[in-house]
Design a protein around this ligand. Structure first.
Ligand SMILES: Cc1cc2nc3c(=O)[nH]c(=O)nc-3n(C[C@H](O)[C@H](O)[C@H](O)COP(=O)(O)OP(=O)(O)OC[C@H]3O[C@@H](n4cnc5c(N)ncnc54)[C@H](O)[C@@H]3O)c2cc1C
Length: 142
């Protein structure tokens, strides 16, 4: 994000916008930077985005969209099927939050494509209820 309300989109080699997307970005005066980003440095109240070719872009703020990964190997260990989330793989779950492995449930960021506290809490309530039902009635109960 540049100064005085201007914004800059650092693609960093992640994708190439379509002609339609480029036109949309241009209509909002959003500048495109294709050079790779090698670092970010504090410049007092601002930030300097360091580019591979040696240039630096001064910005007031910087929004990142990193890829996510599981912090624990449970999916692999248990053989749970995965779905492609917007930021990385997530557990594939049914409407009760049960994974592809009966009796194994997943909720929150690891099993919901839109990371947010409110979604994670709601997802947890749904999974908790289903876990309770599965313990009482068995995991194939719906
Ligand atoms: C920088 C940042 C800013 C955000 N800002 C917002 C915001 O403003 N508003 C909003 O709604 N959402 C925000 N989010 C998203 C929000 O934080 C998540 O969607 C939410 O915390 C997901 O909750 P969760 O319980 O699924 O996962 P987490 O909050 O990640 O909780 C998972 C917990 O499991 C623990 N854990 C992991 N592995 C193991 C293990 N093997 N054994 C035991 N414990 C383990 C972890 O330590 C962690 O405590 C933000 C996220 C980030 C990263």
């Amino acid at each position: 994000v540049g100064g005085r309300g201007r914004a800059k989109f650092f693609l960093n080699g992640s994708f190439e916008p379509t002609a339609e997307q480029l036109a949309e970005l241009a209509s909002r005066q959003i500048e495109i930077e294709r050079e790779g980003v090698v670092g970010v440095r504090s410049e007092g109240a601002a930030l300097s985005v360091l580019l591979r070719d040696g240039r630096a872009a001064l910005v007031d703020g910087f929004f990142l969209m990193p890829r996510t990964r599981f912090s624990a190997p449970f999916a692999e260990q248990l053989g749970c099927a995965l779905d492609a989330g917007k930021l990385g793989a997530i557990y594939k779950t049914d409407e009760t939050k049960q994974t592809s492995v009966p009796g194994v449930f997943a909720c929150g960021d690891v099993a919901f494509p839109a990371p947010s506290v409110s979604y994670a809490v709601a997802d947890g309530v749904r999974a908790g209820t289903a876990v309770h039902q599965s313990l009482v009635f068995g995991s194939d109960h719906s």
